[in-house]
Design a protein around this ligand. Structure first.
Ligand code: ASP
Length: 315
């Protein structure tokens, strides 16, 4: 059975000129590292669930992406993190929203999924759950980076002078996610985010909403989204793509394009990675760039930030 893995690091990719060559190289190296972490699990017969978790953990720990360390700051200058994971074999899922102290929210989401019930925990209850599970707990400042502090300062200025609409995708948001198919043919998806810069405290996006920013169902597809979460929730994007495949008989590519067209009609930034029942991968986006990557069946790591796709050796 073909194994397959795809990741995204958000559609809030910076314009090329805003980072040095060394910074771009590091961001790409972290995408490749994420793919290798997930692929190593799939290659030795591990589960799609474990693979997407491992891939997302690497991006949560990287300062380049808006999840875990490097997450966006809310209007109070704090980080509130959302994450979820779903097992396409059983439709089991786990999710946390607005948590503040869990180093790797996706790992806590998996622990909650394993627990079975409840599916979604919010805020302090999510943090307490992770602590009780013995997971890594950190101070909220662990997630802060210089870039995110600058993003918040510039969004506050934009708010004051009324130029919010002119903010770049990168200033605003981002997310990380992974989708996988394992040797047994099972699918899984995971997503983790800091939301968007200057979001109101308590705001929850699509990433922890099963069926919106994250969805996996064997025989159909696994999907992880990035972009203006409010619209992913309205269109139940992950579930919509699975339904277009399951009920309307669309191909993965056509279903993903249909969902993207509905989002794009609202002039919002959006992107996603999805994997089909047979391991086919799509990674559409409508912004200037999207951090993304996948491994082809021959084991080659592919990574991209803008239009060009770079091959970064064997997984
Ligand atoms: N989807 C995320 C959210 O709305 C943000 C993003 O991916 O840019 O929280």
């Amino acid at each position: 059975m073909t194994i397959a893995l795809a990741i995204h690091g958000g559609c809030g990719t910076l314009p090329k000129s805003e980072m040095t060559d060394a910074e771009w190289a590091e961001a790409k190296a972290h995408l490749a590292k994420s793919l290798r972490a997930g692929w190593a699990i799939l290659a030795k017969g591990g589960s799609a669930v474990d693979a997407v978790e491992a891939a997302v953990v690497v991006m949560e720990d990287s300062a380049h992406f808006n999840a875990g360390h490097g997450a966006a700051l809310n209007a109070d200058g704090e980080h509130e993190l959302d994450a979820s994971i779903m097992d396409g074999a059983t439709l089991a899922a786990g999710a946390l929203c607005a948590v503040k102290r869990i180093r790797n929210p996706v790992t806590a989401a998996k622990a909650l999924m394993r627990r079975g019930d409840p599916l979604l925990l919010t805020g302090p209850a999510g943090d307490a759950f992770a602590q009780a599970e013995g997971l890594d707990i950190v101070a909220n400042e662990h997630f802060s980076t210089e870039r995110r502090r600058k993003n918040l300062a510039s969004m506050k200025i934009r708010e004051l002078v009324g130029t919010m609409a002119g903010a770049s995708e990168a200033e605003k948001h981002g997310t990380v996610g992974a989708v996988a198919r394992d040797q047994a043919g099972h699918l899984a998806a995971a997503t983790s985010t800091g939301g968007y810069t200057n979001k109101p405290p308590g705001r929850v996006g699509d990433s922890p909403i099963i069926g919106a920013g994250t969805y996996a169902r064997d025989g159909r597809c696994a999907v992880s989204g990035t972009g203006k979460g409010e619209y992913f929730i309205r269109y139940c994007v992950g579930h919509e793509i699975a339904s277009l495949i399951g009920y309307a008989g669309l191909s993965l590519q056509d279903a993903a394009e249909r969902a993207m067209a509905e989002l794009t009609a609202h002039k919002i930034g959006a992107g996603l990675v999805a994997i089909g029942a047979d391991g086919e991968i799509v990674a559409p986006y409508n912004t200037g760039g999207m951090y993304r990557g996948w491994v082809t069946p021959d084991g080659l790591v592919h990574v991209a930030t803008h239009a060009d796709v770079e091959v970064m050796g064997q997984a």
